[in-house]
Design a protein around this ligand. Structure first.
Ligand code: NOJ
Length: 539
């Protein structure tokens, strides 16, 4: 077994985790200060969203120097200290590898832009105008065209994200060599691996408008593996929005020497209207959700490895999205935790999820910070949408929701900072915070703590086969994991109506492992479940 197979990863969005120097921005010393908390939770690794030097057009996903730390977050000395102190607690640091693009302030791009014959010109993707216009209709994920015109050289460069995030040209071997060197610099520091930002976009076929899963993608990843990660005992997780079972296996089949696992997003897009954007909403259908999750559980088989997650810094908080963050906040948050942790794969917890932090709606666009949100608002206004409609989409799906500061206690600014935070704290910090969670033995925090422990101690949860039960039931999400002589059964009432059901003919009160209720036992032949009531038993 690999160390990351029974591990649980905790994602930190450094800007919002803990400020230590009173500038309103989270930093590395802040994370160091909270390592004891993470140790108590029991996680094995931290995925650190980018902490490199960056002008912050996209909060660090626009890197101007991969081998320097953003001064707002601290210094390389702080980074070394974090890696070392975390290691002593058995916590690996997973760095965010953002190599589909750099910042336009990265030296490579500054050079590349100088002239058509600069030695770095081919580090990026430059094209001549076509009939005096853009080379193609490609659009950026942050609204508008993906091509930006450079007056001086008379060419366009490609940016799949903001115009301050030019795409690197992976076809150029010199680019790949420099990236591998940079990766080895970090690996030699003893990090635990990489989360690879939009890694499925590095190979492109622009003549055919292909920007994802391009023809050389797997070749590049195999080469990267060979040149870097193969020499270290680390984990890698690729962000692959468009992954299918087939490509998922290509990425994560251990025999292929690519990645340890991928983030696939099929389940996360089920409340979007097919063929439209993430902002065009439709209600979640539980039967579909179960089908998609079960497909990934079963079909990857032994030729791949899942990552399990409900939310991250790009998505709304799950308890607000698919649970109920008002009347059943604790119950639904625990349901998500239990459903996730008994599945096959490596679970990821996004900071604050373990205390049931919620989305925080805005009333006006002036309260938004995220570039994606601000651009969307402008674009949709121009297209004739009304303000209320746009704000509704933003409140449901906008990225600021998950990026508000971590709620540590009920004192000023939730103890995140001693000054004004870069993004305002959710006012519910007076009731939802870490201090309160630690004092209440029945809090969401302790459910997570117990689940993480169970994963570490039970190989069945790593290796067991997955079987979905009652696939067509509109309210119950139930599944089994079976390994050797053990069967673990998870049953959740994924709804706000009490639900009765019977799973066996004869009374069966097997050993209760965990639940989100005070009930001491469950009889499988005669179940009555309150809204969001969830349990796991072992047979
Ligand atoms: C995915 C990251 O998770 C997101 O935050 C970022 O904006 C884009 N990639 C571009 O790097």
């Amino acid at each position: 077994m690999k160390w990351w197979q029974n591990a649980v990863v905790y994602q930190i969005y450094p800007r919002s985790f803990q400020d230590s120097n009173g500038d309103g921005i989270g930093d590395l010393q802040g994370i160091i200060k909270r390592l004891n908390y993470l140790e108590l939770l029991g996680i094995n690794a931290i995925w650190l969203s980018p902490v490199y030097q960056s002008p912050n057009d996209d909060n660090g996903y626009d890197i101007s120097n991969y081998q320097a730390i953003n001064a707002e977050f601290g210094t390389m000395k702080d980074m070394d200290e974090l890696i070392e102190k975390a290691r002593k607690k058995g916590i690996h640091i997973i760095m965010d590898l953002v190599v589909n693009h750099t910042s336009d302030e990265h030296n490579w791009f500054v050079e590349s832009k100088q002239s058509r014959d600069n030695e770095y010109r081919e580090y990026y993707i430059w094209r001549d105008p076509v009939d005096g216009k853009r080379p193609s209709d490609l659009t950026s994920s942050f609204s508008g065209s993906a091509w930006e015109f450079d007056e001086e050289s008379g060419q366009y460069y490609l940016h799949m994200f903001s115009k301050k995030q030019p795409d690197l040209n992976w076809e150029n071997p010199a680019v790949r060599k420099d990236i591998y060197e940079m990766m080895n610099f970090w690996l030699d520091k003893g990090i635990g691996g990489f989360r690879m930002d939009v890694i499925d976009q590095i190979s492109k076929d622009l003549e055919n408008n292909v920007t994802n899963n391009g023809p050389r993608l797997h070749e590049f990843i195999q080469e990267m593996n060979q040149e870097t990660i193969r020499q270290y005992d680390v984990m890698t997780v690729g962000e692959t929005w468009g992954a299918t079972i087939d490509s998922g296996k290509k990425f994560s089949d251990p025999k292929r020497n690519e990645l340890s696992m991928i983030f696939q997003f099929e389940h996360i897009t089920l409340d979007e209207q097919p063929g439209k954007s993430k902002w065009d909403l439709k209600p979640l259908n539980l039967v579909e959700l179960k089908k998609v999750l079960a497909k990934w559980q079963v079909e990857l088989g032994d030729s791949g490895w899942n990552s399990l997650f409900w939310n991250n810094h790009d998505t709304p908080r799950i308890v607000s999205r698919w649970g109920n963050d008002q009347n059943y906040r604790v119950e639904s948050a625990k349901m998500f935790a239990i459903l996730l942790h008994f599945m096959k794969g490596t679970p990821y917890i996004y900071q604050g999820e373990e205390i049931g932090m919620t989305n925080q709606p805005i009333k006006d666009i002036s309260e938004a910070s995220d570039i994606e949100t601000v651009n969307l608002y402008r674009e949709r206004l121009e297209l004739g949408y009304n303000k209320e409609e746009i704000i509704k989409s933003i409140n449901t799906k906008g990225r600021d929701n998950a990026r508000r500061p971590m709620q540590w206690d009920n004192t000023q600014q939730a103890d995140f900072t001693t000054s004004i935070p870069w993004l305002s704290v959710n006012p519910n910090y007076d009731r939802i915070n870490v201090k309160q969670a630690l004092e209440d033995k029945s809090s969401i925090f302790y459910t997570y703590q117990q689940l993480i422990k169970l994963r570490k101690e039970n190989p069945s949860l790593v290796f067991g086969d997955f079987k979905l039960l009652l696939p067509d039931h509109p309210a119950i999400f139930a599944y089994e994991r079976t390994y050797q002589n053990e069967t673990w059964l998870v049953v959740a009432n994924f709804s706000e109506e009490p639900t009765s059901l019977s799973l066996t003919d004869q009374s069966d009160k097997s050993q209760l492992i965990i639940s989100n209720s005070t009930r001491k036992s469950y009889d499988l032949s005669d179940l009555y479940l309150e809204p969001y009531e969830t349990f796991c038993i072992k047979k």
